[in-house]
Design a binder for this molecule. Structure first.
Ligand code: SAH
Length: 395
């Protein structure tokens, strides 16, 4: 038995752990053991000494991310089993196919591995640690990933330079833990994408929009499409396959526009229906003529990265949606999203409602969208739900 150090909670503070919430907040702790270091695996007990589980300790408002609610040893076998369970779920979801090898294998708390994200791009896994404990477990996780039976994972790229708490001074280096670069082309629903895990945002691709892109494809036939905040052009490529009359992609980043052009060329070489523009969203929307588009996608970056930014974010969502409502062609369809975890589904809907009311147009909700099943949300940890979307018919 490994001798883990023990963190004791204040009286009554065990309630949320008993309801399987996977975090211990620093304010709940009565006593930290001597010599405890960030990233250590710890046992957590109630004030009366009752064992509540085992987790990773870190300095900050979230003090422990729970791995188990019992005295399980946190061994390489433990991580292997959790990854195996995650893999089996993706198999069950039908995400592992020759024409689809792009998916999220580990979504933190939703896959019982708090602080850990793994995205799969063909035979490369991109591993991201959000906690010191997972940073220290990175080699064990990498070994377990390549050992997953039948998964065929050969390369593990570690990308945590911007996701680990800066104050922990872990100085993580983005690099391959196993293998190296082979190809960056991966498949999503039969479409090919260049994934830039070396320099791109997040793990290189917004895997979380897969189902929503597939839905957009069905609305694309004959449509004039505007994909605003296009990044890698995911929605644009699906719109092209769906038979759009024309597709314009916009992103303020010139690099994103290059990525989008490359992904269109990969799937539809020489197709002149698509154009990409490096421009600010608000400016593009203000300058475009009324009715130029009848299918608009608004998928902005998280306007509220923290709770303190909610008010400004609400203004941002209202303004960007109001601009789309003003300009979209009659009978048009608007796909609008928020990926801000700090903004609730109700708040987002209120911002979009306000924008719609300002435009004075008749608007109906056709679909209410969220993150896909490879981004599961523990029912005890609603915090891991972040993506919200509405598909609206605008008269
Ligand atoms: N829809 C994309 C993900 C969008 S990420 C997908 O499915 O993959 C958000 C994008 O918004 C980033 O690429 C960022 O460069 C871009 N962006 C941020 N601020 C912007 C602005 N003011 N105008 C246009 N694009 C912006």
């Amino acid at each position: 038995m490994t001798a883990y150090k023990t963190i004791t909670l204040k009286r009554g503070k065990e309630e949320s752990l008993l309801r399987f919430h996977p975090w211990v907040f620093s304010g709940a702790i009565a006593k930290l053991p001597d010599g405890l270091e960030e990233g250590d695996t710890v046992r957590v007990t109630a004030a009366d000494g009752r064992l509540l589980g085992t987790g990773h300790y870190e300095v900050g408002s979230i003090a422990v991310r729970m791995l188990t609610s019992d005295d399980t040893e946190i061994t390489p076998e433990f991580y292997r089993e959790r990854l195996q369970r995650a893999w089996e779920l993706r198999e069950k979801l039908g995400l592992i196919r020759p024409d689809n090898n792009t998916f999220r294998l580990v979504h933190g708390e939703g896959d019982f591995l708090p602080g850990c994200v793994v995205d799969i791009y063909g035979n490369t896994a991109v591993l991201q640690a959000h906690s010191p404990g997972m940073h220290y477990a990175r080699h064990i996780l990498a070994d377990a990933l390549v050992a997953l039976p039948g998964a065929g994972i050969k390369n593990v790229y570690y990308k945590s330079e911007t996701t680990l708490p800066y104050k922990a001074r872990l100085d993580p280096v983005n690099d391959y833990l196993i293998g190296g670069f082979e190809t960056n082309v991966s498949q999503e629903n039969g479409l090919s994408f260049n994934i830039d895990w070396l320099k791109g945002q997040k793990t290189g691709f917004f895997v979380d929009q897969r189902d929503n892109r597939a839905l957009l494809e069905h609305y694309s036939k004959g449509a004039k499409v505007l994909n605003m905040f296009c990044y890698t052009g995911g929605f644009s490529v699906y719109a092209m396959r769906g038979g759009a009359e024309k597709v314009d992609s916009v992103d303020s980043s010139a690099k994103a526009v290059t990525l989008t052009d490359a992904n269109i060329a990969l799937n539809f070489p020489g197709d002149t229906r698509h154009k990409a523009y490096a421009e600010d969203a608000f400016k593009f929307l203000a300058d475009m003529p009324d009715g130029a588009y009848d299918l608009i996608i608004l998928d902005p970056p998280a306007f509220a990265k923290h709770r303190s930014a909610i008010k400004n974010a609400m203004v941002g969502y209202r303004r960007i949606n109001a601009a789309a409502f003003r300009k979209i062609a009659p009978g048009g369809i608007l796909f609008t999203f928020s990926c801000s975890q700090a903004i609730s589904r109700e708040q987002f809907r209120l911002a979009v409602f306000t924008a719609a009311a300002q435009s004075g147009r008749n608007v109906r909700i056709l679909h209410q969208l969220t993150q896909p099943a490879d981004h599961p949300v523990s029912i005890y940890h609603p915090e891991s739900e972040y993506l919200k979307g509405l598909v609206l018919a605008v008269e």
